[in-house]
Each structure stands twice: as C-alpha cells, then as structure tokens.
Design a protein around this ligand. Structure first.
Ligand SMILES: NC(=O)c1ccc[n+]([C@@H]2O[C@H](COP(=O)([O-])OP(=O)(O)OC[C@H]3O[C@@H](n4cnc5c(N)ncnc54)[C@H](O)[C@@H]3O)[C@@H](O)[C@H]2O)c1
Length: 247
C-alpha cells in the first residue's frame, strides 16, 4: 500500500491502458479520480468495478482539450480527497493515414488531445502540486514518438511533443519537489491496437526481441513505480516498455 493516502488522476481511464493504470494505483492504495469523455461507453462501468472492489474512486467526465472541463476535474479531485499527488496524462487517440492523405482535421484532433490536452491537465494540476510542494506527473508517450511510424505523422509528432513537454516540466518543477517522467509503450494489446492490420502486427512481432506484445499491466507496473516514492530520484526520463523494440 505504497500510495495509501495519495490521490491520482488518470485521464482517459474508462478503458484500456488508463483503466489498467488506475487499477494498479488503486491496488497500491491511492484514491482514484477517473476521467473520460462524456460519451465514454465504459467509465461508469469501470467506476462500479472499482467501488465493488472497495477502492476510493470518483468520476469526472470531461474532455482534456477543454480547460473548463479540466478545471472541474481538478476542483472535484481536491474537494473529494484534499490533494492531487499523481497525474497520469493517458488520454490519447490515433487517426492514422499516409502523410499525403492526412487532413488538417486528422492532424489537429490528434495533436489537440494527445499533446495540448496533456499540457492543459499538467498546467491545472501543477498549480495544486506547487502549493503542496510535491507531486508526480507521468505522461503516456509511445515508441512512435521516438522512432516514427509510417501512417502516424500526427500521432508520432504528438508523442514526440509529449516527450519534450515531459523534460521541460521536469526541469521547471524539480525545485518544487515535483517529478515528471514519460513511458513509451510499444505494441500493447488494447482496443487501439486491435484494429491494426494483421500484417502490421506480424511485422512488429518479428522486430520485438521479447517476441510478444505487451499487456496493459506491463505498462501499469512501470507507472506504479514512477508514481511511488521508489522513483523519487528519477525525473525527465522516458522509460520504454516495448519488449526491447527500441534500444
Ligand atoms: N495501445 C497501445 O499499444 C499503445 C502504445 C503506446 C502508447 N499508447 C498510449 O496509451 C494511451 C491509452 O491508449 P489505449 O490503447 O488504452 O487507447 P483506448 O482508445 O483504449 O483508450 C483511450 C481512452 O482515452 C479516452 N479519450 C479519448 N479522447 C479523450 C479526451 N479528449 N478526453 C478524455 N479522454 C479521452 C477514450 O475515450 C478512451 O477511454 C494513449 O495515450 C495511447 O497513445 C498506447
């Protein structure tokens, strides 16, 4: 129960990696603030599962791109639990297309959610953490932001941007005892990757030294470490969770 008494916001946690991360932090003892878009098909179900397991959880529906929604999320978290100790910027989307066919809308949607959304949440939560003089911010990037990926000009740019945001946040907030790190998952089994064509999945598998796709729990375990005091001397880092795909 390393996170007993701490409060964690996990954006986009209705399903997938965000849900697995929120579950891990709850198992470590944290109070959990679930967030997902208003029309999420799964956030209420997820909250029920957490409550049934005896975890402290609140739900804040809202769009990470909308500063008013994010303010409401932060206010509700502080009102319910008194502090925000951990922020996981997980909400993200893909809109893959070859560069020459990618519309401005495809570009903007992905950059707005994956990068601007993380900035808006970080800015809002940092204000609380600065007053507390403590906090852990964890950004869910991707190997695509490090090595690029055909068809993902928008996505890889958003994740590379998120890595830059991670390093600047780490440098700016270190004096306030706030750390900021990113994880860069490779191919993780999820609804986002289920839709990839089989030949793309096979090509990945051939280039992964550990010869398997990751699980949401593989990602959640590393985020759990970064959220805990065990990582107090780690900041500004990008930890790859990819079976050795990028090294
Ligand atoms: N699945 C992978 O293999 C993989 C690999 C590397 C990185 N990632 C990253 O992990 C994160 C989670 O991915 P996933 O695979 O679980 O995807 P997912 O689509 O299953 O889950 C994403 C969640 O974010 C929510 N969301 C989308 N837009 C939002 C917004 N504007 N505001 C709030 N919530 C919003 C969705 O409703 C959904 O519940 C993403 O940032 C993704 O880029 C995933």
């Amino acid at each position: 129960m390393q996170l007993k008494g701490k409060t964690a916001i996990v954006t986009g946690s209705g399903r997938g990696l965000g849900k697995a991360i929120a579950l891990k932090l709850a198992q470590m003892g944290a109070n959990i603030v679930l967030n997902d878009i208003v029309n999420s098909d799964s956030i209420d179900e997820t909250a029920e599962e957490f409550r049934a397991a005896g975890y402290n959880v609140i739900v804040t529906k809202g769009d990470v791109r909308n500063p008013d929604d994010v303010k409401e999320m932060v206010d509700k978290a502080v009102e319910a639990f008194g502090s925000i100790d951990i922020l996981v910027n997980n909400a993200g989307i893909t809109k893959d297309k070859p560069l020459a066919m990618m519309s401005l809308e495809d570009w903007d949607d992905v950059l707005d959610i994956n990068l601007k959304g993380a900035f808006i949440c970080t800015k809002a939560v940092a204000k609380v953490m600065i007053k507390q003089k403590s906090g852990k911010i964890i950004n869910i990037a991707s190997v695509a932001g490090v090595m690029g990926n055909p068809g993902q000009a928008n996505y890889s740019a958003s994740k590379a941007g998120l890595i830059g945001l991670t390093k600047t946040t780490a440098k700016e907030l270190a004096a306030r005892n706030i750390t900021c790190n990113a994880v860069a998952p490779g191919l993780i089994k999820s609804k986002m990757t289920d839709v990839l064509p089989d030949k793309v999945k096979e090509a990945y598998l051939n280039s992964i030294p550990l010869k398997r796709f990751g699980t949401p729990e593989d990602v959640a375990n590393v985020v759990g470490f970064l959220a805990s005091d065990d990582s107090n001397y780690v900041t500004g880092q990008v930890i790859h969770i990819d079976g050795g795909l990028v090294m």
